[in-house]
Design a protein around this ligand. Structure first.
Ligand code: GTP
Ligand code: MG
Length: 370
């Protein structure tokens, strides 16, 4: 079955359904009592009431970490932040990503072909920032529900000539549910009718209050099209990263998440993976979801061949036996036999589980959590 209805959630929280519906409205979700809620809405509401809801997926997914080598505090080193750009249709997400990408194209790559690997790295002041190509909100939710928290910072793009729209509110809800810091990029300020202050005003209703008004949300005025304010935006990302101290241990077997995967006519199964912990090396055996393999070749977002890739690096790898799914966990193993055995075991568990790879929670499970 699916998730919970508004009525069921209200009951689980010992609240009036009408009160829950009112709260949902505040979050930008129009809902009736019998409506099924998505995971983010449930989590947000619950946290609003001071109840922690943990998403438990009855696949072996969450047990993947048991195979990972544990870290000591001193093993953890700074790593680049992983940033996702979200926002309403036509507010300029793609233009912004392209602008950052172009601004950061170095001499050597100019005119070269930039690989589409679902993610890319920009560099500013000698520091790297990893951008994930805007996953649909759907993908964001399902990845997170499967335990794959891939984003460190969310940039919410709002067009200054349009204002806060339904998908803006949804994006805020997603970022808040994932407890990811938000930077607001007020875009299209080059337009004569742009009114950045109105955006700030509108967003205060969603607890995004700019620093100059006593809040702690970073707002950046930009024009993605005219490439205005981009350096400042990148600086702000690095500032947030510095405060949050994103760290990982580069000196162990790699763990990460599959961002995209497909069957390539020439190369066979290809997976684009975000390395999150450790370092992946050519020749490493690995499990990706229920697939296994051995890294045959690895290229970065610039199409450059790599021998190894550390934390926060997006890479495209070949050497898989099958095509994994977006959101699948990825883990390198010291020997191929073990990788194969674990992949096979996971495949069996997955088949046994009716829920499969669908990021859905059973009502029972939620009740247990609450
Ligand atoms: P979806 O992917 O459809 O959700 O849209 P998007 O958010 O990726 O918007 P996109 O980048 O495609 O931009 C939509 C339109 O706005 C395009 O025509 C852009 O040229 C225009 N646009 C984006 N940024 C700016 C800007 O800073 N100024 C102006 N004037 N136009 C912009
Ligand atoms: Mg777009």
């Amino acid at each position: 079955r699916g998730t919970m209805t508004v009525g069921e959630l209200a009951k689980a929280l010992h609240k009036d359904a009408s009160e829950v519906i009112k709260k949902l409205l505040f979050l930008g979700v129009m809902a009736t009592i019998n409506q099924e809620l998505d995971l983010d809405a449930i989590q947000l509401l619950a946290s609003d009431y001071g109840v922690e809801v943990e998403l438990k997926i009855p696949v072996e997914e969450d047990k993947f970490e048991q195979f990972e080598e544990k870290d000591e505090e001193e093993d953890l080193l700074e790593r680049p932040p992983v940033v996702t750009i979200m926002g309403h249709v036509d507010h300029g997400k793609t233009t912004l990503l392209d602008a950052i990408r172009k601004t950061n194209v170095t001499e050597g790559e100019a005119g070269g072909i930039t690989q589409h690997i679902g993610a890319y790295q920009a560099e500013t002041n000698g520091k790297k920032i990893t951008f994930l190509d805007t996953p649909g909100h759907e993908a964001f939710t399902s990845m997170r529900a499967r335990g794959a928290q891939v984003t460190d910072i969310t940039i919410i793009v709002v067009a200054a000539d349009d204002g806060v729209m339904p998908q803006t509110i949804e994006a805020i809800a997603h970022a808040k549910a994932a407890k990811v810091p938000i930077i607001v990029a007020v875009n299209k300020i080059d337009k004569p009718e742009a009114n950045p202050d109105r955006i700030k005003q509108e967003l205060t209703e969603y607890e995004l209050v700019p620093e100059e008004w006593g809040g702690d949300t970073i707002f950046c005025n930009i024009s993605a099209k005219q490439r205005m304010g981009l350096d400042n935006l990148l600086d702000m990302i690095l500032l947030v990263a510095e405060v949050q101290e994103f760290k990982a241990n580069p000196n162990k077997r790699a763990r990460g998440t599959v961002i995209e995967a497909e069957l390539d006519k020439g190369k066979g199964p290809v997976a684009r993976v975000l390395i999150q912990h450790g370092t992946l090396k050519v020749g490493d055996s690995f499990v990706a979801g229920v697939c296994f393999g051995r890294v045959r070749a690895m290229v970065n977002d610039k199409g450059k061949r790599l021998k190894e890739a550390g934390p926060s690096t997006p890479v495209e790898i070949t050497g898989l036996t099958e095509v994994p799914q977006a959101g699948d966990p990825f883990l390198a193993f010291e020997d191929e036999r073990k990788a194969r055995a674990i992949a096979e075991k996971r495949a069996v568990t997955l088949r046994q589980s009716e829920m499969g790879a669908n990021a859905r929670v059973t009502l029972d499970e939620l009740y247990k959590q609450i």
